[in-house]
Every structure is written in C-alpha cells, then in structure tokens.
Design a protein around this ligand. Sequence first.
Ligand code: BG6
Ligand code: MG
Length: 219
Amino acid sequence: MIKGFIFDLDGVITDTAEYHYQAWKRLADKLKISLDREMNEQLKGISRMDSLDRILALGNQIESYSVEEKERLADEKNEDYKKLILDVTPADLLPGISDLLANLKAAGIRLALASASKNGPVIMEKLGIADLFDVVVDPAGLENGKPDPEIFIKGAEQLHLKPAECVGVEDAQAGIEAINAAGIFSVGVGTKEAMEKADYAVADTSKLKLTDILERANS
Ligand code: BG6
Ligand code: MG
C-alpha cells in the first residue's frame, strides 16, 4: 500500500532542468567544450561538482584545473543559475503538478523531496509548495549521488516508510536507476528511450495522474 511519494525537483516539479542546462552550456562554451542536449541527459540528477567533472571530461580538460579552480567554475555556473531562477513563481509549476500535489495531500499521502540541488529549498519557497512537503532530504549530507539509491532510501526513512510503501518520481536516467535500486516504484517523466528503466513512464507531467500511478504501484 503506497503511503508516500518522493519527488525529484528539477524537470519534474518545475522546469529548472532547462536553466541548469543553459547555465552549464554557457560555461562549456566559455571553456570551448561542446555540450548539447543529448549529453545533457547524462547531467540530469547529477551533483554540481560531478556535472562539472563530466563536462571537463567531455572536453578532455579533466586534468587542466586544480580543485580550487574547479570550485570557482562551479560557483560561476551556480551564480548564473541563481540569476535564471530569480523570477520563479507558483506559475512555474509544471502542468498537472499542482493538481497532483493537491490530490496526494487529500489522499493523506506523505511527501518527500529528493533533489540533488542545493538550491532546492529556495525554489520550493518560490513555487509556494514548501509547506506541502513533510521531508526535504539534504543533498549536502549524502555520501553518494544518484544513481546511488541513498537519497531515495533516506527519503523513505525520513517519511518513516518502507521503500515498498513509496513511489519515486524522476525525469533523469540516473534518478530512475536510484529509485529502482532503492526498491521503490519508479515513475518516469520523459521520452520512452530516456525512461525505459522506469516501472511506469509518462511523456510529460500533465499525464501524472494519481489514480493511474496508484493503480500500478499498488498492484
Ligand atoms: C539536480 C539537477 O537536481 O541538481 C542537476 O538535475 C544539478 O542538473 C543538481 O546539477 C545540483 O544542483 P545545484 O543547484 O546544487 O547546483
Ligand atoms: Mg530532475
């Protein structure tokens, strides 16, 4: 019986996945590394520093920067990203998310956020949904990022639920792998190819219907 939902944030609740891409793209261009949307699929769900490492590896520049220089580059991307999220409002909830969250609350289902983003709490406030969530897993306290299941296991634990009592919702391949490895029912948002490992996948958030999800997750 499903009693909790554990959500990713960027690309599921709001379209900040696009802003992450734009900010990384700007940095990659500056470093003369070509980053495209296909490569960006591999960055979704991945922590800030791991994303930078993947971009530098793409340009064969992984050995070119010291730890301090990499921290400066990651800060530069984050400052750009923070400018892009300045104007986020409740109108930026992706289609269907407001209804889904309301239906979940009405059904007494507990909610957790499992986002790798350190900007997550600020964005939740801007979207006006912070109060709906019972738990926000702190990404700073994680030993391993997605696709490791740690963040979803912690989400279930902090909700005081077993993995089998939870559903996880993700738009990233690494995120779906993390949910699956946690023993949680995975719901993917995205193309069939990108979401092929999800237990249940929909093309976009407007198709995330609570009754459809529960029917599958509870069976
Ligand atoms: C994830 C995003 O949610 O958070 C990644 O999918 C991002 O693209 C990661 O790199 C870390 O975010 P932040 O805001 O801490 O740099
Ligand atoms: Mg995401």
